[in-house]
Write a protein that binds this ligand. Structure first.
Ligand code: GLV
Ligand code: GLV
Length: 322
Protein backbone atom coordinates (compact mmCIF):
# COMPACT_ATOMS: atom_id res chain seq x y z
CA UNK A 1 0.00 0.00 0.00
CA UNK A 2 1.13 3.51 -0.76
CA UNK A 3 2.41 5.48 2.18
CA UNK A 4 0.13 8.27 3.28
CA UNK A 5 1.52 11.65 4.26
CA UNK A 6 -0.36 14.55 5.79
CA UNK A 7 1.10 18.06 5.53
CA UNK A 8 -0.38 20.60 7.94
CA UNK A 9 -0.10 23.58 5.56
CA UNK A 10 0.93 24.33 2.03
CA UNK A 11 4.73 24.25 1.74
CA UNK A 12 6.79 24.73 -1.45
CA UNK A 13 5.91 22.29 -4.27
CA UNK A 14 9.48 21.05 -4.37
CA UNK A 15 8.91 19.05 -1.17
CA UNK A 16 5.41 17.90 -2.09
CA UNK A 17 6.64 16.78 -5.53
CA UNK A 18 9.45 14.74 -3.95
CA UNK A 19 6.91 12.88 -1.82
CA UNK A 20 4.56 12.32 -4.74
CA UNK A 21 7.42 11.11 -6.93
CA UNK A 22 7.91 8.29 -4.43
CA UNK A 23 4.30 7.30 -5.01
CA UNK A 24 3.10 8.48 -1.62
CA UNK A 25 -0.42 9.76 -1.20
CA UNK A 26 -0.05 13.37 -0.01
CA UNK A 27 -2.86 15.36 1.61
CA UNK A 28 -2.40 19.00 2.50
CA UNK A 29 -4.45 20.96 5.01
CA UNK A 30 -6.46 23.31 2.80
CA UNK A 31 -6.46 26.49 4.92
CA UNK A 32 -4.14 29.44 4.54
CA UNK A 33 -3.67 30.16 8.20
CA UNK A 34 -2.40 27.84 10.89
CA UNK A 35 -4.85 25.08 11.78
CA UNK A 36 -5.76 24.72 15.44
CA UNK A 37 -4.78 21.51 17.15
CA UNK A 38 -8.43 20.43 16.97
CA UNK A 39 -8.45 20.93 13.21
CA UNK A 40 -5.21 18.99 12.81
CA UNK A 41 -6.67 16.13 14.83
CA UNK A 42 -9.85 16.15 12.79
CA UNK A 43 -7.88 15.79 9.56
CA UNK A 44 -5.49 13.19 10.94
CA UNK A 45 -8.38 10.97 11.98
CA UNK A 46 -9.59 10.74 8.39
CA UNK A 47 -6.94 8.29 7.20
CA UNK A 48 -4.27 6.03 8.70
CA UNK A 49 -1.44 8.40 7.81
CA UNK A 50 2.11 7.05 7.99
CA UNK A 51 3.84 10.42 8.24
CA UNK A 52 2.98 13.98 9.16
CA UNK A 53 4.84 17.06 8.00
CA UNK A 54 4.29 19.75 10.63
CA UNK A 55 4.93 23.48 10.93
CA UNK A 56 6.31 25.39 13.89
CA UNK A 57 2.84 26.78 14.61
CA UNK A 58 1.42 23.29 15.23
CA UNK A 59 1.29 22.07 18.80
CA UNK A 60 2.12 18.38 18.48
CA UNK A 61 1.61 16.39 21.66
CA UNK A 62 0.02 13.18 22.95
CA UNK A 63 -3.43 14.20 21.69
CA UNK A 64 -2.16 14.46 18.15
CA UNK A 65 -0.17 11.23 18.41
CA UNK A 66 -3.31 9.50 19.70
CA UNK A 67 -5.28 10.73 16.70
CA UNK A 68 -2.94 9.05 14.25
CA UNK A 69 -1.27 6.02 15.87
CA UNK A 70 -0.08 4.81 12.45
CA UNK A 71 2.24 7.81 11.95
CA UNK A 72 5.74 6.96 13.10
CA UNK A 73 7.46 10.05 11.75
CA UNK A 74 6.69 13.71 12.34
CA UNK A 75 8.86 15.81 10.06
CA UNK A 76 8.92 19.39 11.29
CA UNK A 77 9.34 22.04 8.61
CA UNK A 78 11.56 24.28 10.81
CA UNK A 79 14.91 24.41 12.52
CA UNK A 80 13.22 24.66 15.90
CA UNK A 81 11.18 21.75 17.23
CA UNK A 82 9.89 23.13 20.52
CA UNK A 83 6.36 22.75 19.13
CA UNK A 84 6.67 18.96 19.40
CA UNK A 85 6.54 16.99 22.66
CA UNK A 86 9.75 15.03 22.12
CA UNK A 87 9.48 13.00 25.28
CA UNK A 88 6.03 11.79 24.36
CA UNK A 89 7.26 10.99 20.84
CA UNK A 90 10.19 9.03 22.24
CA UNK A 91 7.90 7.01 24.50
CA UNK A 92 5.89 5.98 21.49
CA UNK A 93 8.87 5.27 19.25
CA UNK A 94 7.98 8.14 16.94
CA UNK A 95 10.81 9.72 14.93
CA UNK A 96 10.94 13.52 14.88
CA UNK A 97 13.03 15.47 12.38
CA UNK A 98 13.77 19.15 11.74
CA UNK A 99 15.29 21.10 8.84
CA UNK A 100 18.63 22.64 9.82
CA UNK A 101 19.82 23.44 6.31
CA UNK A 102 22.46 25.70 4.89
CA UNK A 103 19.84 28.44 4.77
CA UNK A 104 20.86 29.32 8.32
CA UNK A 105 22.67 32.19 6.57
CA UNK A 106 19.22 33.80 6.04
CA UNK A 107 18.57 33.91 9.76
CA UNK A 108 22.08 35.24 10.32
CA UNK A 109 21.55 38.00 7.74
CA UNK A 110 18.26 38.89 9.39
CA UNK A 111 19.94 39.15 12.78
CA UNK A 112 22.58 41.44 11.28
CA UNK A 113 19.86 43.51 9.58
CA UNK A 114 18.15 43.99 12.93
CA UNK A 115 21.46 45.11 14.44
CA UNK A 116 22.13 47.58 11.65
CA UNK A 117 18.53 48.72 11.74
CA UNK A 118 18.95 49.65 15.39
CA UNK A 119 22.40 51.22 15.16
CA UNK A 120 21.59 53.26 12.03
CA UNK A 121 18.02 53.96 13.24
CA UNK A 122 16.99 53.24 9.69
CA UNK A 123 13.44 52.13 10.41
CA UNK A 124 12.55 55.18 12.51
CA UNK A 125 14.20 57.45 9.97
CA UNK A 126 12.34 55.84 7.08
CA UNK A 127 9.02 56.37 8.75
CA UNK A 128 9.97 59.99 9.59
CA UNK A 129 10.87 60.69 5.98
CA UNK A 130 7.80 59.02 4.53
CA UNK A 131 5.58 61.00 6.88
CA UNK A 132 6.95 64.17 5.28
CA UNK A 133 8.70 65.30 8.42
CA UNK A 134 12.14 65.79 6.86
CA UNK A 135 12.53 69.58 6.67
CA UNK A 136 16.22 69.87 5.92
CA UNK A 137 19.58 68.46 6.90
CA UNK A 138 20.40 68.64 10.55
CA UNK A 139 23.42 67.48 12.49
CA UNK A 140 21.16 66.49 15.34
CA UNK A 141 18.61 64.07 13.99
CA UNK A 142 18.73 60.28 14.27
CA UNK A 143 22.11 60.01 15.89
CA UNK A 144 22.96 56.34 15.71
CA UNK A 145 25.89 54.28 16.90
CA UNK A 146 28.64 52.21 15.29
CA UNK A 147 28.75 48.47 14.97
CA UNK A 148 32.36 48.52 13.83
CA UNK A 149 34.84 47.47 16.50
CA UNK A 150 32.08 46.84 19.04
CA UNK A 151 31.66 43.58 20.90
CA UNK A 152 29.10 41.04 19.79
CA UNK A 153 27.95 38.63 22.48
CA UNK A 154 26.42 35.45 21.18
CA UNK A 155 24.26 33.30 23.37
CA UNK A 156 24.54 30.11 21.36
CA UNK A 157 27.16 29.68 18.65
CA UNK A 158 25.79 26.77 16.64
CA UNK A 159 25.01 26.81 12.97
CA UNK A 160 23.25 30.20 12.98
CA UNK A 161 25.20 31.97 15.70
CA UNK A 162 28.42 31.07 13.95
CA UNK A 163 27.29 32.71 10.70
CA UNK A 164 26.27 35.87 12.56
CA UNK A 165 29.75 35.92 14.10
CA UNK A 166 31.46 35.54 10.74
CA UNK A 167 29.54 38.44 9.15
CA UNK A 168 30.06 40.61 12.23
CA UNK A 169 33.73 39.82 12.42
CA UNK A 170 34.62 40.00 8.73
CA UNK A 171 32.24 42.80 7.84
CA UNK A 172 32.39 45.05 10.87
CA UNK A 173 35.54 44.02 12.68
CA UNK A 174 33.45 43.23 15.72
CA UNK A 175 35.00 41.36 18.63
CA UNK A 176 33.14 38.13 19.19
CA UNK A 177 32.45 36.64 22.59
CA UNK A 178 30.12 33.72 23.10
CA UNK A 179 28.77 31.19 25.49
CA UNK A 180 27.31 27.83 24.58
CA UNK A 181 27.14 24.36 26.03
CA UNK A 182 29.65 23.39 23.34
CA UNK A 183 32.79 25.24 22.32
CA UNK A 184 33.02 26.31 18.70
CA UNK A 185 36.68 25.80 17.93
CA UNK A 186 36.52 26.97 14.34
CA UNK A 187 35.02 30.26 15.48
CA UNK A 188 37.77 30.67 18.04
CA UNK A 189 40.59 29.79 15.66
CA UNK A 190 39.40 31.59 12.57
CA UNK A 191 37.60 34.61 13.98
CA UNK A 192 39.25 35.11 17.33
CA UNK A 193 35.99 34.46 19.14
CA UNK A 194 36.38 34.24 22.89
CA UNK A 195 34.49 31.57 24.78
CA UNK A 196 32.97 32.73 28.06
CA UNK A 197 31.34 29.99 30.12
CA UNK A 198 28.97 32.31 32.01
CA UNK A 199 26.05 33.96 30.22
CA UNK A 200 26.26 36.79 32.75
CA UNK A 201 29.79 37.70 31.70
CA UNK A 202 28.81 37.84 28.05
CA UNK A 203 25.92 40.15 28.93
CA UNK A 204 28.17 42.52 30.88
CA UNK A 205 30.70 42.87 28.08
CA UNK A 206 28.66 42.88 24.89
CA UNK A 207 27.45 45.92 22.96
CA UNK A 208 25.07 43.70 21.04
CA UNK A 209 23.65 40.46 22.44
CA UNK A 210 22.24 38.04 19.88
CA UNK A 211 20.31 34.92 20.90
CA UNK A 212 20.83 31.68 18.97
CA UNK A 213 19.70 28.93 21.28
CA UNK A 214 16.85 26.46 20.84
CA UNK A 215 13.88 26.80 23.18
CA UNK A 216 14.30 24.27 25.99
CA UNK A 217 13.31 24.25 29.65
CA UNK A 218 16.83 25.48 30.34
CA UNK A 219 16.58 28.42 27.91
CA UNK A 220 13.02 29.52 28.75
CA UNK A 221 13.26 33.14 30.04
CA UNK A 222 17.03 32.94 29.77
CA UNK A 223 16.78 36.71 29.34
CA UNK A 224 14.78 37.73 32.37
CA UNK A 225 14.68 41.04 34.26
CA UNK A 226 17.88 40.36 36.18
CA UNK A 227 19.85 39.28 33.11
CA UNK A 228 18.59 42.29 31.13
CA UNK A 229 19.93 44.49 33.91
CA UNK A 230 23.38 42.96 33.45
CA UNK A 231 23.54 44.31 29.89
CA UNK A 232 25.11 47.69 29.19
CA UNK A 233 22.68 50.60 29.05
CA UNK A 234 23.94 51.24 25.52
CA UNK A 235 23.53 47.63 24.37
CA UNK A 236 21.03 46.10 21.98
CA UNK A 237 19.31 42.72 22.24
CA UNK A 238 18.58 40.71 19.09
CA UNK A 239 16.26 37.71 19.11
CA UNK A 240 15.79 35.55 16.04
CA UNK A 241 15.57 32.29 17.99
CA UNK A 242 12.34 31.66 19.90
CA UNK A 243 10.21 34.20 21.72
CA UNK A 244 10.00 32.52 25.13
CA UNK A 245 13.79 32.66 25.49
CA UNK A 246 13.08 36.27 26.53
CA UNK A 247 10.72 37.35 29.30
CA UNK A 248 8.94 39.78 27.00
CA UNK A 249 7.18 41.67 29.77
CA UNK A 250 10.49 42.26 31.50
CA UNK A 251 11.97 43.34 28.16
CA UNK A 252 9.27 45.95 27.59
CA UNK A 253 9.94 47.34 31.06
CA UNK A 254 13.71 47.37 30.45
CA UNK A 255 13.21 49.20 27.16
CA UNK A 256 10.82 51.72 28.70
CA UNK A 257 13.19 52.43 31.56
CA UNK A 258 16.35 52.65 29.49
CA UNK A 259 17.92 49.58 31.09
CA UNK A 260 19.10 48.66 27.59
CA UNK A 261 19.22 50.78 24.42
CA UNK A 262 16.99 48.78 22.14
CA UNK A 263 15.85 45.43 20.80
CA UNK A 264 15.44 43.80 17.42
CA UNK A 265 12.96 40.95 17.54
CA UNK A 266 11.71 38.47 14.97
CA UNK A 267 10.04 36.16 17.50
CA UNK A 268 7.68 36.75 20.41
CA UNK A 269 6.86 35.04 23.64
CA UNK A 270 3.16 34.67 22.88
CA UNK A 271 3.38 34.77 19.11
CA UNK A 272 1.53 36.16 17.22
CA UNK A 273 0.41 38.26 20.20
CA UNK A 274 2.74 40.96 21.47
CA UNK A 275 3.11 41.94 25.08
CA UNK A 276 1.38 45.32 25.76
CA UNK A 277 3.65 48.29 25.30
CA UNK A 278 6.06 46.64 22.87
CA UNK A 279 4.72 48.30 19.71
CA UNK A 280 4.75 51.73 21.32
CA UNK A 281 8.52 51.73 21.77
CA UNK A 282 10.63 53.56 19.22
CA UNK A 283 13.81 51.73 20.24
CA UNK A 284 12.63 48.42 18.83
CA UNK A 285 12.45 46.83 15.42
CA UNK A 286 9.80 44.13 15.21
CA UNK A 287 9.52 41.69 12.32
CA UNK A 288 6.90 38.93 12.05
CA UNK A 289 9.01 35.75 12.33
CA UNK A 290 10.41 36.11 8.83
CA UNK A 291 14.10 35.41 9.31
CA UNK A 292 13.92 32.41 7.00
CA UNK A 293 11.33 33.89 4.63
CA UNK A 294 13.32 33.53 1.44
CA UNK A 295 12.47 31.37 -1.50
CA UNK A 296 15.84 29.64 -1.22
CA UNK A 297 15.31 28.86 2.45
CA UNK A 298 11.70 27.74 2.13
CA UNK A 299 12.61 25.42 -0.74
CA UNK A 300 15.50 23.96 1.23
CA UNK A 301 13.25 23.44 4.24
CA UNK A 302 10.66 21.66 2.06
CA UNK A 303 13.37 19.52 0.48
CA UNK A 304 14.83 18.50 3.83
CA UNK A 305 11.43 17.75 5.39
CA UNK A 306 10.49 15.57 2.40
CA UNK A 307 13.89 13.84 2.38
CA UNK A 308 13.54 13.02 6.06
CA UNK A 309 10.20 11.33 5.39
CA UNK A 310 11.59 9.47 2.37
CA UNK A 311 14.66 8.26 4.25
CA UNK A 312 12.48 7.06 7.08
CA UNK A 313 10.24 5.05 4.75
CA UNK A 314 13.35 3.67 3.00
CA UNK A 315 14.45 2.24 6.34
CA UNK A 316 17.27 4.73 6.88
CA UNK A 317 17.81 7.02 9.82
CA UNK A 318 16.82 10.49 8.56
CA UNK A 319 19.74 12.92 8.57
CA UNK A 320 17.85 15.45 10.64
CA UNK A 321 16.47 13.18 13.35
CA UNK A 322 16.36 15.15 16.59
C1 GLV B 1 11.99 29.08 12.18
O1 GLV B 1 11.79 29.75 13.14
C2 GLV B 1 12.55 27.77 12.23
O2 GLV B 1 12.70 27.21 13.32
O3 GLV B 1 12.85 27.24 11.14
C1 GLV C 1 20.17 27.43 16.33
O1 GLV C 1 19.15 27.00 15.83
C2 GLV C 1 21.49 27.25 15.77
O2 GLV C 1 21.63 26.35 14.90
O3 GLV C 1 22.38 28.01 16.15
Amino acid sequence: MNKKVFVTRKIPDLGIDMLKAKGYEVDIYPGDSAPTQKQIIKYLKKKPYDAVVTLLTDCIDAKVFDAVPTAKIFANYAVGFDNIDLEEAKKRGITVTNTPGNYSICVAEHAIALMLGLTTRMVEADSFTKKGRYKGWSPNIFIGSDLTSKTLGLIGAGRIGEKVAIIASKGFGMNIIYCDIKRNESLEENYGARFIPMVEEVLREADVVSLHVPLLDSTHHLMDASRLKMMKKTAFLINTSRGPVVDEKALVKALQEGVIAGAGLDVYEFEPKLVPGLVKLSNTILTPHIASARESARNEMARLAAQNVIDFFDGKIPSNKV
